[in-house]
Design a protein around this ligand. Sequence first.
Ligand code: RIB
Ligand code: CA
Length: 311
Amino acid sequence: MKPIILDVDTGVDDSLAIAYAAHSPELRLLGLTTCFGNVSVEEATRNSLYVLEQLGREDVPVHAGAGKPFFRHNFKGYAKHVHGEDGLGGALGDAMPKGKAAPLGASRFMVEQARQLPGELTIIAVGPLTNLALAVMMDPDFASLVGRVVIMGGAVTVPGNVTGQAEANILSDPEAAEFVFRSGLPITMVGLDVTMKTLLPRSRLREWRDKDTKLSRFLADAADFYIDFYERANPGIGGCALHDPLAVGVVIDPTFCRTEEMHVQVDTEGLLSTGRTIADRRAKPAHPPNAKVCLEVDADRFLAHFMSRVV
Ligand code: RIB
Ligand code: CA
């Protein structure tokens, strides 16, 4: 079993990723760490606790992390139009989790786990990269102790999803993302290049509705809201992107995606392209690679696997 930490800004697709990870015997879910992003960090923590309770996984601790970006303290980018006022597509309703966040902060938890499991820990980061950047700052050995970091974020060959250039997780904290890409962490980037090809069609929600469990109804309600947004924003797309679940998927089975090694930088100052992930794709790039970038995905095989596990 691979020991993992899932760093989330819970969100609908984060919830699906949590369910997928929690139900995958290949993974040992050490804890969730939370960040601002789709919602505030307090809401992301509440939602994470709630999702774990729906999964019967109250044993998994939730460590709260960054409430704002590294430098841009006037962040106003919550994605409630995508994920709903509660971040769960309205599926939370009036409910509240019974549990509370663990006392240790997110970045400190990452640092401690990396020290306890040198070379073994995988961190799957599916929100802004602030917690990860703070962990790198906290411990000079962190980058060499972590076995692997899988980031859902960025776009190398396709447009952004918040601006024409930038993807949401990177744009939410471009300086943290740039710091992480420069850190020496062993990064796999699962960006929009592959996640926008990995769709959950509304028709598949029927399977969850037919199961008619509390969990399956909850996830179907949340996903319905999320699909509404995707269909408004991308007419004819035929479903919602499984961004965060795909990052979990490539840890379970790396053959879901084909990767290429590249040197990736984040534009932190662009007039029109702040938050853009820029890869040097020349035959002789100026710098050695700092990431394995996913460029192609076996979307059908991934979706079948995801559906077999999530509820
Ligand atoms: O751009 C998609 C990403 O932004 C996903 O991680 C989604 O949950 C949001 O955080
Ligand atoms: Ca997310």
